[in-house]
Design a binder for this molecule. Sequence first.
Ligand code: URP
Ligand code: ZN
Ligand code: ZN
Length: 464
Amino acid sequence: MTYDQIITNGTVVTAKGKQRADVALTGEKITAIGNGLAKKAPAARIIDATGKFVLPGLLDVHVHLEMPFMGAISADDWNTGTRAAARGGVTTVIDFAIPQGTQTLEQAHQTWLAKAKDKACIDYAWHSVITNWDRHGPEMAAMVALGCPTFKEFMIYKAEGLESDDRALFNALEACHKLNAMLLVHAESARVLDELVARHHTPALMAKYGARLHAMTRPNFIEAEAIARVIKWSEVTGGQLYIVHMSTRDGAKLVRDAQQRGVPVVAETCVQYLVLDDSKFARPDGHLFACCPQIKKKKDQERLWKGLDRGEVSVVSTDTCTFNRTQKGLWNGDWTKIPMGLPGVETMLPLLYTHGVLQGRISLRQLVEKCAANPAKLMGLWGRKGNLAPGFDADIVIIDPKKKIAVDHATMETNADWNPYQGWKLAGFAENTFSRGRQIVDDYKFIGQNGWGQWLPRKQAGKL
Ligand code: URP
Ligand code: ZN
Ligand code: ZN
């Protein structure tokens, strides 16, 4: 076996543990992990990783690039979004293909392929969003056969044409059970949420509380009731359920209890729910921080960290859905009009490394498990993505544990003209990133190529 490139002397970290070893690459694949590999391949390019951690490229399985939403289109497109990902050590993103109007799931898939093809700098896939059960349900088997075994339903967003009712959730979970597929669910309780929003939607309250109304109208039970209900549909149908962006301590408890009863449910949280809290809404620019679900309380953060450590939270993602200051300005004092979402894919690894690993909340092995191995397994990409082992794609990130960089939107790849973590000093940005053997970040700078990324057909989903 000839090796083209060898990353030497680093500490290699996978979901199984750490070891001092070299990693050899041949073309787009990893071909060996071991010691003294450079001696066997004198012609290979050597990348010295002494003192550094060598990790599998992360997967961010929840992003919304150039997503039409709330009267705007999210500001990171398939180019800036994937450049930002690369700089954050993320080598695979999974977006959501949303049928527009009367489009089929297959047509939405083709639309998303056309958007990503010439722009994406890293590999990608998407979950198929079911917006109309009667039209999209019968298509699920064909989508699985096409390589798209993950589906998404939203329990809110009626005005956006996205809301699914209990019938759609129940039916989709039943279909997932038959097809070895998985249903991702945005769980918030639409009717009570709408009621709370209506009660507060007065000029007087908006003048008094501003963006704080976002948090005031979404108490934890809005998420908890919806999670409990959809867990019940998973329990009775046997359909594999994946709760996206879980943000509350109440949700974590429900998922843990359900898992202990044997219900096929897993949960994802997002970095913002681990490191931000709702005091941000009191800032003069607090409306910028509106995402959905909204950032919660410190107690919720601590419970979610605990859930990561104990296991009921299987995945960390970002829900990247970037809106710039002008787009956020659409709110004009009315919190219900703020385009909801945050930039995030560029800062996931450094935030988790600095606030998780360095603060002793999770180990680096667990970080790799939650952001590489588990997402790859659950999304049907294991064998190619999420690990450092022979036969896997050479998607690799090298981080220097000593190098701290201050977050500054002005120097970042994301298209955001603000950042929720502006000024935070973080270790763990990607010093080097490789995507299928090609170096795309060198010395913290993006050097990749538009269109390098490939769409990833996937097999069976939902198994850890
Ligand atoms: O605020 C968010 N998360 N925007 C994107 C839509 C969603 O619910 O994920
Ligand atoms: Zn959502
Ligand atoms: Zn989302």
